[in-house]
Design a protein around this ligand. Structure first.
Ligand code: SF4
Length: 530
């Protein structure tokens, strides 16, 4: 492979060459993150992206399988764009991956290179202009973009582009990126064009891009959303999570670095990389590890499952409470609860080694989940959301009856689920119900591609932990500290995005505070030869 720094010309390769697009896309005008369309009391990832370049095999099917592996990152629409060396082919459809494509669709997506996207709803009805990959043809070729993340200056860039004649078909920021890049490509080589677009856009983005039959991966300068690079037997793959690479029997090479552009050779023979922006710091979304990503994915060098177990152990160290039974809220609380219970069986809540005759705690799957409920229903009112918890989870009475129970969950958003769960477990006969949360309190919304909730919907936005405990009617409640998260990720606080738990963001969001010196581009003021 070739790796390059970039100052407008190619610089020394860092790796040898061997054989070897899309965001928040379409938040409707006036809609805050997680507006009244939100259906579940949990944060939700909005998108997953993938791109492949293969030597001698159609890209459509591997992309389809990779999108299956990324389905948890978005369930509203799925799309694939391929290029056969002459023209672009696109199929974007509403629904789960398995419903969005049939054999004929896959057969029509010819070519050895392509990109794919899964997307979460930001509105009750599908606006197909918002579904991705976004594709456009222009004078010097075709472009497809898949975007995970959200720009915070998309309106400024759109206004600037409209002033020079660009017409937009959606409110999405992916289209803004596509137009800016297409404009740059009329005058510049690919690498310089991407560099100039990166200089104009501000916010969170992991992109896979198809420029004719060349597939690119780009990660924003702070590496907010994940993106990784893998090798296949006959080519290369770029994906939101390494689980997609595993699904294709590939090998994870590494994470795409913040500010890096990866360019896959169209014949699947290798890749070049360019460090286009070096911000000197990162703002990885810690919630990927806590909740969004698959436990079998490796993100920024950390296996998500191990991180969650470690966070569970730290939760015990920080706020363990002696109880008979520890049980997870399925599914994402499971690894936290396993780590918590293991630590609880090593030491007492006071930090002393357990005596031989001390039975410790029992780890139990005491809450059964109805897997056929949830992702797709729309429950705009609080009353309906409360009912949804009862449809989704049911306690196993014999596990909790007459016992003190600790429920482990990954986060509390509105508090609806927690309140109902505590109530359900008490109704099933538990004598005490303690709640332990594997993340700090969520006090502010996310502006970077996560559907969290609005500030006034967040139970922790204006309540202390004691007040939340009272609201959810638990015997005790404790959250994990920010320092524990940073320690588990081997990161300093300054290397993470902590916006939703501190209210201070790594990007310049209008009306919000930042936790660092932010270099927001001045649109319309970028020197032509920058
Ligand atoms: S605000 Fe929270 S959910 Fe959003 S990117 Fe930052 S850490 Fe992740």
């Amino acid at each position: 492979m070739h790796e390059h720094g970039y100052d407008g010309r190619l610089i020394t390769p860092i790796e040898p060459r061997t054989r070897g697009f899309l965001s928040d896309p379409c938040t409707l005008p006036g809609m805050e993150p997680g507006g009244d369309h939100a259906v579940a009391d949990a944060p939700r990832e909005k998108c997953g992206v993938v791109g492949v370049s293969l030597a001698d095999r159609a890209a459509a099917r591997p992309l389809y399988y990779a999108l299956y592996a990324l389905q948890h990152r978005g369930q509203e629409s799925a799309g694939i764009v391929t290029h056969d060396g002459f023209q672009q082919h696109s199929h974007v459809e509403r629904g789960l991956v398995g419903d969005a494509f049939d054999e004929d669709d896959l057969a029509s997506l010819s070519g050895h290179t392509g990109i794919g996207h899964v997307r979460y709803p930001t509105a009750g009805s599908l606006d197909k202009s918002c579904a991705q990959p976004f594709s456009v043809s222009f004078k010097s070729g075709s472009l497809g973009l898949s975007h995970n993340g959200n720009l915070v200056n998309a309106d400024e860039v759109r206004t600037d582009l409209e002033a020079v004649g660009h017409a937009f078909t959606s409110d999405g920021d992916t289209e803004v990126i596509a137009h800016d890049l297409a404009r740059n490509l009329l005058e510049e080589d690919l690498v310089r064009a991407v560099k100039h677009t990166m200089n104009r856009i501000h916010g969170s983005y992991s992109l896979t891009i198809a420029h004719d039959d060349t597939v690119l991966g780009v990660r924003d300068p702070l590496g907010n959303r994940p993106l990784c690079l893998g090798e296949l037997e006959d080519g290369y793959v770029i994906a939101s999570e390494s689980a997609a690479i595993d699904t294709l029997d590939g090998e994870l090479i590494r994470d795409v670095r913040p500010g890096e552009l990866v360019v896959l050779e169209p014949d699947g023979s290798g890749y070049d990389t360019y460090q286009l922006v070096d911000s000197g710091s990162t703002a990885h979304c810690f919630f990927e590890h806590v909740y969004f990503a698959r436990p079998d994915s490796v993100i920024d060098d950390h296996l998500v499952y191990e991180v969650r177990r470690d966070l569970g152990a730290k939760l015990w160290e920080e706020s363990g409470v002696e109880a008979d039974v520890v049980m997870p809220v399925p599914d994402s609380g499971r690894a936290f609860a396993a780590g918590y219970a293991d630590a609880a069986n090593e030491t007492t809540a006071a930090g002393e080694p357990r005596a031989d005759d001390d039975d410790g705690v029992e780890f139990a799957e005491g809450l059964m989940k109805n897997r056929y409920v949830g992702r797709t229903f729309i429950m705009p009112t609080q009353d309906e959301r409360e009912r949804a918890v009862r449809l989704k989870l049911n306690p196993i009475r014999s596990t909790v009856e007459g016992k003190s129970v600790t429920i482990i969950d990954d986060s509390i958003v509105r508090g609806t689920t927690s309140t109902q769960l505590v109530d359900l477990v008490r109704e099933a006969g538990a004598e005490e119900v303690h709640l332990r949360i594997g993340a700090p309190p969520i006090v502010a919304p996310c502006y970077f591609g996560i559907d969290m909730a609005t500030r006034d919907e967040l139970i922790a936005a204006d309540r202390s932990v004691a007040e939340i405990r009272e609201a959810v009617a638990a015997d005790s409640l404790a959250y994990l500290s920010i320092d524990a998260i940073a320690e588990s990720l081997d990161a300093g606080r300054a290397d993470l995005c902590l916006g939703c738990v501190t209210g201070e963001y790594p990007f310049d969001v209008e009306g919000e505070a930042t936790d660092r010196a932010v270099d927001r581009p001045s649109i319309g003021d970028v020197p032509a030869d920058d």
